[in-house]
Write a protein that binds this ligand. Structure first.
Ligand code: ARG
Length: 429
C-alpha cells in the first residue's frame, strides 16, 4: 500500500508516540535529506538502515551522520554473504540475464534489501518503509512490491516520487535545515553498484547513438588497453556454485571480488544496453559485470557438459521467465520460488572445473572437465577406440525421417490417397 501524506494514521494525537518509518538509507544526498523530509512531511520517527551489498564504502561514518541528521536509530548491515548465497547463486544457477545481456545486478539485490527492511520494520513496530527510488524506474516497483508481498500491512513512502526536486534544490534544503551531507563532485551519471555489477545511466548515455565515453567505465579496463597476453583462470563448481579459483577454495564474496578484479583488468564485462523497463520506458544503460559475465559463461559451459540435452533446452526457457520475474520485482512468493526449486534440482551434477581465457574484453571457455561429464570419447571419437554402434544409424534415420516421408507422399498424391474425401461435383441448376 502506498502511504498518503495527508493522513498519517494517529499522527495528530497530542503527545501520542510517533509512528516510525524505516528508511532505506545509503548516506548519499537523497536519503540524507529524506530523514528530515520524512519528519517534516509525515511527522514520523526515522530509523535509517544501510545495507551493504558490495557498493563502495562512503568516505565517512554514515551511521553516525544519520543520527546527527535526526534518525532515532541507524544501522549498517553487511549483507554481502547473504547476497551471494541467497540471491546471486540462485541467479547464477539460473544463468539469469535480462534480455539476454544484463545479468540483473541491480534487480537481484532488491529482494534482499527489502527483506532486511521488512525485518527491521517488524522489530521496530514501524508503520512505514521509505525508499529513495524515483517514479520512472524499475526499482520503485521492486521495493514496493517486494515489501508489500512480505508484509501487506506496511505502507510505502517514496520521497523522490512525491517530492520532485533537483540536486540543487536538495542541497539548498539541506543547507536551510542544517542537514549534514557529503556533496561529491557532481557526476552526470546515476550509478548503482554491488558485487554482481555496476549500472550507469543518464548524461550522454541518454543519446543511444553516442558511444559511452571513457568516464562511464569505472570498474573495467578499456579492452584496447588490456594486457596483450591473455589470462587463463580455472573456476571450480560444486552443484552449480563456484567454490574455487585456480584451485584455491574460496567463499563466494571473496571469489566474486577476485573475479571482478581479474576479469575487469582484461576488459571483460562491459555491456551497452537499450533496455525495456517495466514501466514501459526504453532506456539506455551501461553495465560493468566482469565476475557475473565470466561466471555465467563458465557455468553454462559446465551445464553443456553435465546436463542432458532436453534438460538444457527446457531450462533455457525457464531461465528466461526466471530472469523476467527478477527484473519485474516478483522474487517473493509464487512462480519465482518454484522456478528456483526447479533450477536447483537441475544442478545436482553441475560439478567440475572450467578453464576460461580472459582476453581484451572477452571471456571464452577453452576447457571443461567434470566427474559427471556426459561427454563420452568412445561415442564421439573418429579415431581409435570408437564404441558407437554404427549399424544402429540407418534404422534410426529411417524412423527419424519417416514423418517427413509420409507427409511428402500424402501431399504429392492427394487424390489417390484421399479418395474418400473427394468433393461431390456441384449440382447443375
Ligand atoms: N536498469 C537497471 C535495472 O532496472 C539498473 C537500474 C539501476 N539504477 C541506476 N541508477 N543505474 O535493474
Amino acid at each position: 500500500m502506498v502511504a498518503s501524506k495527508k493522513t498519517p494514521a494517529k499522527a495528530s494525537a497530542p503527545k501520542a508516540k510517533k509512528e516510525k518509518v524505516v528508511l532505506a538509507y545509503s548516506g548519499g544526498l537523497d536519503t540524507s535529506v529524506d530523514i528530515r523530509w520524512l519528519q517534516d512531511n509525515y511527522n514520523v520517527d526515522v530509523v535509517a538502515v544501510a545495507i551493504n551489498v558490495g557498493q563502495p564504502p562512503s568516505s565517512d561514518d554514515i551511521v553516525a551522520r544519520a543520527l546527527r541528521n535526526g534518525a532515532i536509530r541507524a544501522e549498517f548491515f553487511d549483507a554481502k554473504g547473504e547476497f551471494v548465497t541467497d540471491y546471486i547463486w540462485p541467479a547464477l544457477k539460473g544463468n539469469a540475464m535480462y534480455q539476454n545481456v544484463y545479468p540483473l545486478s541491480t534487480a537481484v539485490a532488491r529482494p534482499l534489501i527489502t527483506k532486511k527492511l521488512v525485518e527491521i520494520a517488524k522489530e521496530e513496530g514501524a508503520t512505514y518503509i521509505a525508499h529513495g527510488c524515483t517514479a520512472k524506474g524499475n526499482d520503485q516497483v521492486r521495493f514496493d512490491v517486494g515489501i508489500t508481498s512480505q508484509n501487506p500491512d506496511l505502507k510505502i513512502i517514496a520521497p523522490m516520487r512525491e517530492w520532485i526536486t533537483t540536486r540543487e534544490e536538495e542541497i539548498e534544503y539541506a543547507k536551510k535545515n542544517g542537514i549534514e551531507i557529503i556533496v561529491k563532485k557532481s557526476s552526470p551519471y546515476s550509478r548503482d553498484e554491488n558485487l554482481w555489477g555496476n549500472s550507469c545511466e543518464c548524461g550522454v548515455l541518454e543519446d543511444p547513438w553516442a558511444e559511452p565515453p571513457a568516464g562511464v567505465w569505472a570498474y573495467t579496463v578499456d579492452p584496447e588497453k588490456a594486457p596483450a597476453k591473455p589470462t587463463y583462470i580455472e573456476i571450480g563448481f560444486e552443484k552449480g556454485v563456484p567454490v574455487s579459483l585456480d584451485g584455491k577454495k574460496m567463499g563466494g564474496v571473496e571469489l566474486i571480488t577476485a573475479l571482478n578484479d581479474i576479469a575487469g583488468k582484461n576488459g571483460v564485462g562491459r555491456i551497452d544496453h537499450i533496455e525495456d523497463r517495466l514501466v514501459g520506458i526504453k532506456s539506455r544503460e551501461t553495465y560493468e559485470c566482469p565476475a557475473a559475465i565470466t561466471l555465467i559463461t563458465a557455468h553454462k559451459e559446465l551445464e553443456a557438459l553435465t546436463l542432458p540435452k532436453d534438460t538444457i533446452e527446457f531450462k533455457r526457457i525457464v531461465e528466461q521467465r526466471f530472469s523476467q520475474l527478477i527484473y519485474d520485482g516478483l522474487w517473493f512468493g509464487g512462480l519465482c520460488e518454484s522456478l528456483i526449486k526447479f533450477i536447483d534440482s537441475t544442478q545436482e551434477y553441475v560439478t567440475g572445473t572450467v578453464k576460461v581465457k580472459l582476453y581484451r574484453g572477452t571471456a571464452t571457455v577453452v576447457g571443461r572437465t567434470s566427474p559427471y561429464s556426459l561427454y563420452d570419447t568412445g561415442l564421439s571419437t573418429y579415431a581409435k577406440g570408437d564404441s558407437f554402434n554404427h549399424k544402429s544409424a540407418e534404422g534410426f534415420i529411417y524412423c527419424w525421417g519417416l514423418p517427413g516421408m509420409t507427409l511428402n507422399k500424402a501431399h504429392a498424391e492427394p487424390v489417390k490417397k484421399k479418395a474418400c474425401c473427394k468433393k461431390a461435383a456441384p449440382k447443375k441448376k
